[in-house]
Design a protein around this ligand. Sequence first.
Ligand code: PMP
Length: 302
Amino acid sequence: MPLSDRVGYVWMDGCICQGSEAQTSVLSYSLHYGMAVFEGIRVYEGRAFLAFNHINRLFESAILLGYKIPYSFDQIIDSLNLVISKNKLYNAYVRVIAWLGDESLGLASGDLSVHVAIAAWPWEHVHKLTKTDPGIAVCKSNKRRPSAATVPPNAKASGGYLIGAIAYREAKSRGFDEAIVCDSEGKLAEATTANIFFVRDGTLCTPVAEGFLNGITRQTVLVLARELGIKCDEGNFSLSDLDTASEIFITGTAVEIQAVTRIENKTLTKGNVTKRISARYSDIVRDDCESFRIQNIIHSQS
Ligand code: PMP
């Protein structure tokens, strides 16, 4: 059954409708050229976790691609909360997407309509689903992220997912759960829809976020790790640095904190650093997460 038939109420362009009624044109500019921007947000016990950060990134992503979302920040937040309450969601996942309409398919077209939709569906969080989290198997991909001089890495844009989607499908066909990719210069970057951390000699290492999306979960984990007194190193690493890691985990809104228990042929156990961060993350998603909110909402009014 299509997802659109399963999502209940959807907010689209200012109105609430049934998921099956939230339709767009096959000639939408964004469908053809990858110019949609979107966010995935987790809802824990009825509350959207770090919604402010995600919606701020949505506005910024659109600006990075050269267009403006025709609603205010507060209108999007209110509509998101409306979708959660109308669908009576408790633990859930929300997709917010903005895209350009079908007035023209000329690449240089200006003045295209900008559409926005918000859909959500129930989704238990990984920690709840997998109390005895078995961890995931990842492979080293030969695919590279596009250079920051091509697709802006902090624009969460549909077109930016092409390489990740190919790498992910290749990983699945080789029997892995995820792929780890490098940036355009061959430095360790991230997983296909998540950031990567590893532990070496007790230090929590993660690539400096230059050639890939600086995930909101990644930023949260760095704060938590420092609060827990764990030494952190944001630096330049290579794929081979993962061979000497004692622990590896990936982070993202959807995957939360997921331990890597196999990389290619090497097995790893879920170590103490991963366990401590994972437990702390699991606590804060349900606590008042005010302290993790971004301090300045840059595009608060459109
Ligand atoms: N990298 C990519 C390519 C992603 O798609 C995501 C998921 N949004 C992440 C990293 C993690 O980002 P976040 O923690 O903000 O979900």
